[in-house]
Unconditional design. Structure first.
Length: 248
């Protein structure tokens, strides 16, 4: 189908082999989200078919690029506004949500949309554990900076809750992350995604250490490192789960 379209663009004088030919152009992805038809009469050489093919191909791509731009812009805006003077989302208690949006929802859904030119509810759901984990990477690193951040008025959620209650919140969010992974596998019937649970032992160590040493900066360093590994490995395992689900 793509070669058929290219042939019409490159060679506008190509004659049709029947009374008419229909060129169905997918929205840049190979999926027929929208259908465009170029009709060519056998009686003439369609001198303007080059323009019509280019026009029909260009418009869906332009729409896809437009949405990709806004997804990317939302992610960049979250990153910039996180510390931007006068706005400073981190000081307003919504910095964690901005990071979840930028590095979780926007990254995963934006990457999918660029390749497929469509949004998908399963991908949106799959981006939630990723968003939770990257937020927890930020969250656990706020514990060592508690006193310094509180002194300068950077009232993120660890400062707002206090380290002891924030440690409990950290535990709840970690549990919720793995609940989301289980729900994702069950709801969409992708059982291979359950290999994402293999990082639970690492997560348990970080949770346990945080609950015990929430007010001990040096003792929290293993939790910070463990959280980074949990985020990285869980993402890789979920990706591997989708690959295995497709191949096996």
């Amino acid at each position: 189908m793509c070669f058929h379209m290219i042939a019409h663009i490159i060679n506008p004088r190509q004659r049709c082999v029947t009374k008419s030919c229909q060129l169905h152009i997918a929205m840049c992805s190979g999926q027929l989200n929208e259908e465009y038809t170029v009709m060519c009469s056998r009686a003439h050489s369609c001198p303007d078919s080059k323009w019509r093919c280019w026009r029909d191909f260009r418009f869906p791509c332009a729409r896809g690029t437009f949405l990709s731009f806004w997804i990317g812009l939302a992610g960049v805006a979250c990153g910039v506004l996180y510390v931007a003077p006068g706005i400073n989302l981190a000081k307003r208690g919504i910095g964690e949500f901005a990071i979840a949006l930028a590095f979780g929802l926007c990254c995963v859904n934006g990457a999918y949309f660029i390749q497929v030119q469509a949004l998908n509810i399963e991908v949106l759901f799959a981006s939630l554990p990723v968003a939770m984990l990257i937020t927890l990477v930020l969250y656990i690193n706020e514990f060592p900076d508690y006193k310094a951040d509180k002194a300068v008025g950077k009232t993120h959620w660890v400062v707002r809750l206090g380290r002891k209650r924030a440690a409990t919140g950290y535990t709840i969010m970690m549990i919720l992350t793995y609940v989301l992974i289980i729900a994702l596998a069950l709801i969409f019937g992708k059982m291979w995604l359950l290999i994402g649970l293999l990082t639970i032992p690492i997560a348990l160590k970080t949770v346990r250490n945080t609950l015990i040493n929430y007010d001990n900066v040096k003792a929290l360093f293993p939790s910070c490192a463990g959280m980074i590994m949990t985020h990285l490995l869980t993402g890789l395992l979920l990706t591997s789960g989708y690959v295995l689900q497709t191949l096996l």
